[in-house]
Design a protein around this ligand. Structure first.
Ligand code: SAM
Length: 286
């Protein structure tokens, strides 16, 4: 069932649609965002939670649809994001809990969900400056790893992520969840192996590639004299030769114990915080 209901509160200029039916075409469309093909075609993705939606709007992301639970109706922050969504020409839906559960595929869904326009940075527009750190990921496969890396890169003060080759989708629900909102803060670019190699040669960066056979202890590398790109290998196969041979350094994180390697996201976190150690202080966020 869809009811159009005029709203005049909180400076609204649009109409909230009440939706309770799972067969409503708008809801079907939103549910289809679980498929990458549909996300790509519509260039959209879903983010859950009021705080995330507020942050995304503050950072200038384009919201297409705001969905909130009936129980959230009238809450001041919800009213504000609804007004902002209308102001940007977006759609606002008030839905039943059943609809929210289905959209988010969760038993205890968040009260607020936003559908946003995807955004990629063009590789050619990445112009690293001294003091900046980027993370390049070769064929990252696991959405949880990618989301955790985006979140960790944000926390370390990195300037962007470069996805090299065929990777998992940064805008899948699982990845977006794992970013805990950092998907809105961290620029993401995509590149083929050839494009990445061409870019790294002209961008004035130091590429520090990580490799289980790396000859250099990651703690001995100079991360200060150029902008740094930390290049990480695929979860299963590691870094291919064509990327490893172009790097300025092949770094290894020394290990003890029986584990063959570190998890990709953990290794990326260790590298990031070492590369940015001289730039991070406890009061950097004050
Ligand atoms: N079987 C793969 C291999 O032989 O490279 C393991 C890949 S590991 C799970 C995923 C990525 O994490 C690696 O390609 C590398 O970039 C990074 N990594 C993991 N442990 C590392 C270590 N001890 N030193 C440097 N990089 C490491």
């Amino acid at each position: 069932m869809t009811n159009d209901r005029s709203e005049h509160g909180a400076g609204r200029v649009g109409q909230v649609k009440e939706v309770t039916s799972l067969t409503n075409p708008i809801i079907k469309d939103i549910r289809a965002l679980a498929q990458k093909k549909h996300r790509d075609e519509t260039r959209s993705f879903m983010a859950e939670g009021l705080k995330l939606v507020i942050d995304a709007l503050d950072l200038g992301w384009k919201i297409k649809t705001l969905i909130y639970a009936k129980a959230a109706k009238g809450k001041p922050h919800v009213e504000q994001v609804a007004a902002k969504t209308f102001a940007k020409g977006g759609l606002v839906l008030e839905v039943s809990e059943k609809v929210l559960t289905t959209i988010t595929r969760r038993d205890n869904p968040q009260m607020v969900v936003g559908i946003f326009e995807q955004r990629y940075q063009a590789l050619k527009d990445l112009k690293p400056q001294l003091g900046e750190t980027y993370v390049a990921l070769d064929r990252v496969r696991d959405p949880g790893n990618l989301g955790t890396i985006i979140r960790t890169a944000d926390a370390a003060g990195a300037s962007g992520i470069i996805l090299v080759g065929e990777t998992t989708d940064p805008f899948s629900l699982e990845t977006v969840r794992a970013t805990m909102g950092s998907v809105f803060a961290m620029p993401v670019a995509r590149a083929s192996v050839d494009d990445f190699i061409r870019w790294q040669k002209s961008a004035g960066v130091k590429v520090v590639a990580t490799h289980l056979a790396g000859a250099v202890d990651y703690r001995t590398i100079d991360y200060k004299s150029k902008p740094v790109v930390i290049l990480m290998g695929n979860e299963q196969a590691g870094l291919p030769e064509e990327l490893a041979r172009e790097a300025g350094a092949l770094a290894r994180i020394p290990q003890a114990g029986r584990a063959d390697s570190l998890n990709l996201a953990i290794a990326t976190g260790i590298m990031l915080f070492e590369a940015r150690r001289h730039l991070l202080t406890l009061d950097a966020r004050a």
